[in-house]
Design a protein around this ligand. Structure first.
Ligand SMILES: NC(=O)c1ccc[n+]([C@@H]2O[C@H](COP(=O)([O-])OP(=O)(O)OC[C@H]3O[C@@H](n4cnc5c(N)ncnc54)[C@H](O)[C@@H]3O)[C@@H](O)[C@H]2O)c1
Length: 253
């Protein structure tokens, strides 16, 4: 058990990748704060964990500073510390650039970029106070590095939010390194979750993806979770400011 006695907050842990990350962390002995605005989903995650798993559900909208601060305060009050933060909550929206409105732009950037800023800042302050270092892991995307489009229509706001999170990872890694806090990113390719469900249900879209992924399959949430858990353990002690790409080789070429 590589995360025994560790306390982790995983945002967006009520579904998909976040749920798989929480479940892998339970397996490694961590106490996990399952943080999501979807409280029912968060409880479902805990119901899937094996008996004896230590968990706490926090209903939170991670785009709201006050709610993030409450989540952090509640974790400290009830669990005493925070060793690991996974900024996983994220949303996607498909609207071509010329039709993209301000409200949708803000919504995507608030969840995918502003929320990791709010959560990382609030958690890092507690980590520094405790003086035991820590781990922050941001879930970006291969779309932080390239534009993916099977139809000619892109997601400029998603690309820019994930590209921003890629650089936020590096900047915070540098600033927090003197406190023993590492900050890294995991960049998934296409993973089968509710997020991608609609697209992957279209045979031509799925084939378009499979034609480009050398591993010849879409990712599983467990693939993402394994990478996150590695970065959260002592095995990754000397790794900071980097990105682990989990994409079946898609971005090789
Ligand atoms: N699925 C993929 O193919 C894929 C690929 C690359 C990156 N990602 C990234 O992985 C992360 C998780 O995606 P997923 O596929 O599991 O999606 P998902 O839709 O299954 O889960 C996202 C979770 O985040 C929660 N959430 C959304 N907004 C929130 C908010 N404001 N406050 C609190 N919780 C909120 C949702 O309630 C949901 O439980 C995202 O950051 C996404 O960008 C996913």
């Amino acid at each position: 058990m590589k995360l025994k006695n560790k306390v982790a907050i995983v945002t967006g842990a009520g579904s998909g990748n976040g749920r798989a990350i929480a479940l892998r962390m339970f397996e490694e002995g961590a106490t996990v704060v399952v943080a999501d605005m979807n409280e029912a989903g968060a409880h479902e995650t805990i119901a899937l964990a094996s008996e004896g798993s230590k968990a706490m559900v926090v209903k939170v909208d991670v785009t709201k500073k006050e709610e993030v601060e409450n989540m952090v305060a509640q974790t400290i009050r009830e669990l005493g510390k925070i060793d690991i933060l996974v900024n996983n909550a994220g949303i996607v929206a498909f609207t071509p650039f010329l039709e993209l409105g301000e409200e949708e732009w803000d919504r995507v950037h608030n969840v995918n970029l502003k929320a990791p800023f709010l959560c990382s800042q609030a958690v890092a302050k507690e980590m520094i106070k405790a003086g035991q270092g820590g781990r922050i892991i941001n879930i970006t995307s291969v779309e932080a590095h390239r534009v993916v489009s099977s139809s000619g229509s892109c997601q400029p706001h998603y690309n820019s939010s994930k590209g921003g999170l890629h650089m936020l990872t590096k900047a915070t890694a540098l600033e927090l390194s003197s406190h023993g806090i590492t900050v890294n990113a995991v960049a998934p390719g296409v993973v089968q979750t509710p997020f991608t469900e609609k697209g992957l249900a279209i045979p031509e879209v799925k084939q378009w993806i499979l034609d480009r992924v050398p591993a010849k399959r879409v990712g599983k949430p467990q693939d993402v979770a394994n990478a996150v858990v590695f970065l959260a353990t002592d095995d990754a002690d000397y790794i900071t400011g980097t990105t682990l790409v989990v994409d079946g080789g898609w971005t090789i070429h």
